[in-house]
Design a protein around this ligand. Sequence first.
Ligand SMILES: Cc1cc2nc3c(=O)[nH]c(=O)nc-3n(C[C@H](O)[C@H](O)[C@H](O)COP(=O)(O)OP(=O)(O)OC[C@H]3O[C@@H](n4cnc5c(N)ncnc54)[C@H](O)[C@@H]3O)c2cc1C
Length: 377
Amino acid sequence: MTRLLLIGAGHAHAFVLEALAKNPAPSIEATVVSDSRYAAYSGSVPAWLAGECSLRETQIDIQALCQRAGARLIISPATGLSVEKREVTLKSGERVGFDVASLNIGSTLALPEQTSDNTPYLLAMRPLSTLHQRWQALQDSVARLPNGGEQRVVSVGGGAAGCETLMSVLAQLRQKRPDITWRGELLSAADALLPEAGWLPRGLLQRALRRANITVHHRVRGRALSAGGVLDTAGRCYPADIVLWATGAVGHPWLVDTALPLDANGFIQVTKTLEVQGIPGLFAAGDCAAFEPPLPNAGVYAVRMGPLLADNLRAACRGESLAKWQPPKRVLALIGTGDGRAIASRGALGFSGKWVWRWKKRIDARFIARFNPPFSD
Ligand SMILES: Cc1cc2nc3c(=O)[nH]c(=O)nc-3n(C[C@H](O)[C@H](O)[C@H](O)COP(=O)(O)OP(=O)(O)OC[C@H]3O[C@@H](n4cnc5c(N)ncnc54)[C@H](O)[C@@H]3O)c2cc1C
């Protein structure tokens, strides 16, 4: 028997488990280590934040998927990995050995420094797996606000996720507390939003932000939370009551204490086969992997890596040669705007409307249904 260990139940590992379910490998003993029975699917996060679907509708049932794949599931997060002993240590204290292993644990972010005790309410957008707890706590705190008045919501981070989540959060807060005037501001370190996209999708995004009454500040890098606002790197203060922190993704801190090769952002350096550089039989995929050339931290790449990772893990268990992963040249980004519409962006192409939002929701629901019971083969 070859011991295959999947660390984290991210999007790529859902494909690995699906492949094991569809095409069982009697010589492979698979184990999954996850911090939760359910895994969040990133594509559905904006709809859930906007109050259009329940949390459960955005999740993959990892326990059911493991059962179908004949894999053992251990619910306890990994806190260490020894390359030498080929084992991971879990928060529970248990150690799990492996012959072949793969990491698909997503990413987190660096929280801002807090320069006062009286800082605005902070909602950190990563890690995604615990966002529901933080979002619920914010909604409870908003429910306790006195009637009327004004609240300023400032989002720090001008990536697609930052724009999308600010519009979704504002939509939900405006709906829940119509007595309050909600003002939105977005701080973006770059010169333009969606810098990799063409002028058309960029224009559509700017229009959507204007419609949502959001003011955008370009070339502003949020650094810290101060009394009543966000401080940027130039020392200016942007008044805020609630701050959404959606700055660039970084690797999970516990990886620093391992012998894994990490890039400057703390992501695990992999080769074209998704094998960790210099460590045969150990793989990484999705946000936690640093591929060359670098890729954006988006769920779509974790999804695209999934089928090849499944093949390569099976090949590694059998001592066969590995295939190379080819990143897609262009990907379709569907960005919800919190008003029942979405923007589709692919290279220079861009369009928006209510039908785009319905289309996005259908794609996301199909993706989640693929991995959840009742299974459709
Ligand atoms: C608010 C927000 C909205 C986003 N919206 C989109 C979008 O619409 N489209 C898109 O393509 N991308 C979106 N992204 C980016 C997307 O979330 C990530 O790129 C994507 O989730 C990465 O997938 P992954 O499989 O690498 O990791 P994840 O989906 O994060 O999965 C990692 C899994 O590992 C588990 N885990 C973490 N640490 C451990 C540990 N130590 N031990 C065991 N298990 C662990 C986690 O619980 C999780 O289940 C969004 C990001 C944010 C923050």
